[in-house]
Design a protein around this ligand. Structure first.
Ligand code: SF4
Length: 232
């Protein structure tokens, strides 16, 4: 995770209110998505890899089928490349499936003679060492599977944080600063951190979209630097 040589982001004064507004909105507006019903690290990982470049509706269609064929890391690790490719067909960007397959083989092979329990690490610093896992996916698996109080900054989260806490001043702010800001905002309690990370992504996907953000319907508008401009 990008932590070194980064200007320290302080917890903003509006952090508590932001979290309260966001979590209250999430409680009433969250979509019921299959990967939100599990804490199985492998299943969380599969959803995260699929969601990287594919729309939610399409992932919701392919995700259960893929898991039916490969219900755990070990079954994926022992599958031939062709079978993985077939199960991925229709999701596009096949390089993701290759990375996932390589990761499964790498983790499943770590037990004694490959017979040990194939388990993903809990620590983002360890997760990020696995094939195809970047800082976001490492944070997402740690938070969404293991309920670790760590940030997970994807495109949606990055955009929301910039708009809410930095406004126009946020243009050109380095990614490291955004990660530090997210780290300062994530609740210390793991279950609450799970909801917070899901909620901020949901806000970016449904309301604070890249184009035409729905500021008039936004639950965090009272604390948003960008949204406040509309009130002026
Ligand atoms: S008020 Fe507008 S810019 Fe601010 S978070 Fe909400 S949708 Fe995004």
């Amino acid at each position: 995770m990008p932590r070194k040589s980064i200007p320290q982001a302080r917890k903003p004064r509006s952090a508590q209110r932001f979290r309260r507004l966001l979590l209250a909105w999430y409680a009433r507006a969250a979509r019921d998505l299959p990967w939100r019903r599990t804490r199985d690290p492998y299943r969380v990982l599969v959803s995260e890899v699929m969601l990287q470049q594919t729309q939610v509706s399409r992932v919701a269609e392919y995700y259960p089928r893929f898991l039916e064929k490969f219900p755990d890391l070990r079954s994926l690790a022992s599958a031939p490349a062709r079978a993985v490719r077939e199960a991925w067909d229709g999701l596009g960007y096949y390089a993701r499936a290759r990375s996932l397959h390589a990761l499964a083989r790498s983790v499943a092979g770590r037990g004694e003679a490959g017979r040990g329990v194939a388990k993903l690490p809990e620590d983002p610093q360890e997760l990020v060492k696995l094939p195809g896992i970047g800082p976001y996916t490492a944070g997402a698996v740690a938070s969404f599977a293991y309920e670790k109080p760590v940030p997970a900054v994807d495109t949606n989260v990055r955009r929301v944080l910039r708009r809410v806490f930095l406004g126009d001043a946020g243009r050109g702010t380095g990614d490291g600063y955004i990660w530090e800001l997210a780290r300062a905002l994530v609740p210390k309690d793991g279950k609450r951190a799970w909801r917070f990370n899901q909620a901020i992504m949901e806000l970016g996907a449904l309301i604070c979209r890249a184009r035409r953000p729905q500021c008039s319907q936004c639950p965090v508008r009272p604390v948003c630097r960008t949204g406040k401009r509309l009130d002026a």
